[in-house]
Every structure is written in C-alpha cells, then in structure tokens.
Design a protein around this ligand. Structure first.
Ligand code: ADP
Ligand code: NI
Length: 214
C-alpha cells in the first residue's frame, strides 16, 4: 500500500499539471526537500512539515482570482480522503493559510514551528539563481517589462518612486526577494539564504552593468 506522502505527491503532481514554471510541481518538490532538510535540525512534526510543503501551492490565490479559500478546502478534502487524523489536518491547514509573504502583515502571533520551517523553505526557493529564474518566468508570464531605466528601484525608495517602478520584474527584487534573507525563521534557513542573497546582489550589479552599454 502506498503511504499518505506518496499519495499526496501523486495528487499534487496531477493538480499542478500545466502550471506556470515558477509555481509548478518542481517548485513543490524543491520546497519539500528544503523543508525536510530544515526539519532535520528542528524538533518538529515531520509529517505536518511534509504534507504542508506538498500542499502549500495547491491553489495559489494569484491564479484563482484572489480566492484564498480554495487551497484549504481542497487540502482538507484530500487529507480526509486519506484518513489523516483531524489534528494533523488542522496543523497542515494552519501552515497553508499563513505561509504567504503577501499576508505577512497579518502573520499569526504564535506561528507553529512547522509553519516557520515550510515558510523558510518556500522563501529559500524564491531567492538565488532559482529565485531569479522564477521571477523572470513569472514576469514573462504576465508580460511585464523586465526593467525601466527611468526608475531605479531601491530598498528605501519613496512611495511615489515605488509606484512608478511597480510592475517591472527588477522591482520585484526590491519589494520582495532582497527582503527575504532577514525574514528567515530558523537558523538553518538563515544560513541557506545567505549565499543565495549574495548571488542576487551580484546578479543585479551585472544586470545594470550590461544594461548600461556605453
Ligand atoms: P507568496 O505566495 O509567498 O506571497 P508569491 O506567490 O507572490 O509569494 O511569489 C512567489 C514567487 O512568484 C516570487 O518569489 C517570484 O518568483 C514570483 N512572483 C510573484 N509576483 C511577482 C511579480 N510581480 N514579478 C515577478 N515575479 C513574481
Ligand atoms: Ni511556494
């Protein structure tokens, strides 16, 4: 008989058939592996970590008209069909409902360790070389401009400047990717984020150098 994890892998692969490359099965697989690596260093519920990592993007609101209720609903239905105990289901749903960077303003006061781990794993996959690739893929998917030389985004730009540079893929580095290093929850996550953060800084230097042909 197949394990619950194996069945979940199968379910998620099927659900994400044809997804945008930055949010496809391979993103889930990387986050799953990263989460397992971090979990090794923490005294956590391994099953909750794995199930949450596998289900965390099952119905991203970005691709479902902003509806944040679909993912928890689909996940609960699936986990119930697998006879996963309700206590575990509740813990998994808590992770899925609170993992998003966008909603960090409403972060729970008492995040579970499992949430912290899966969130770190998801954030690590958003930075470094993979993070850069995912970001440009998403920008292309949306037909956004890569960069607008008339507006130079920075980490401490004013609201006005921010608005003008909004919508370019390079701006996404400043509104999100470069902030992630300091938002890591776990020690292991922090360490893993450092190298990838430096790589992005180098990438941006080189990008501007090549853009400004003289
Ligand atoms: P979260 O679900 O944590 O709020 P998102 O799903 O919005 O995060 O972002 C996941 C990844 O999708 C980002 O790290 C980035 O690679 C890509 N992405 C999201 N929004 C944009 C954007 N406006 N421009 C370019 N890439 C984006
Ligand atoms: Ni994700």
């Amino acid at each position: 008989m197949k394990s619950t994890i194996e069945n979940t892998v199968e379910f998620v692969k099927e659900k994400l058939e044809g997804a945008e490359a930055g949010h496809d099965w391979f993103h889930i697989e990387r986050v799953w592996k990263l989460a397992r690596k971090i979990a090794e260093t923490e005294d956590c519920d391994q099953e909750v970590v794995e199930l949450s990592a596998l289900l965390h993007d099952i119905a991203d609101p970005k691709f479902h008209n902003g509806d944040e209720t679909i993912a928890p609903r689909i996940s609960r239905e699936f986990l119930e069909s697998q006879n996963v105990p309700n206590e575990t289901i509740e813990k998994v749903l808590f992770v899925i409902e609170n993992i998003s960077f966008k909603n960090r303003g409403n972060a729970p006061v008492n995040p579970s360790l499992e949430l912290q781990i899966v969130q770190d794993a998801d954030r690590i996959d958003a930075i470094g070389a993979i993070g850069i690739a995912r970001t440009f893929n998403f920008g292309g998917f949306k037909n956004n401009p890569m960069y607008d030389p008339a507006v130079q985004p920075s980490l401490n730009m004013s609201k006005e400047e921010y608005k003008k540079s909004n919508g370019t893929t390079i701006n996404h580095f400043y509104e999100k990717l470069l902030l992630l290093k300091d938002l890591m929850n776990t020690e292991k996550g922090k360490k893993m984020a450092e190298e990838r953060h430096d790589y992005m800084l180098n990438f941006l230097d080189q990008f501007y150098k090549e853009w400004n042909v003289d």
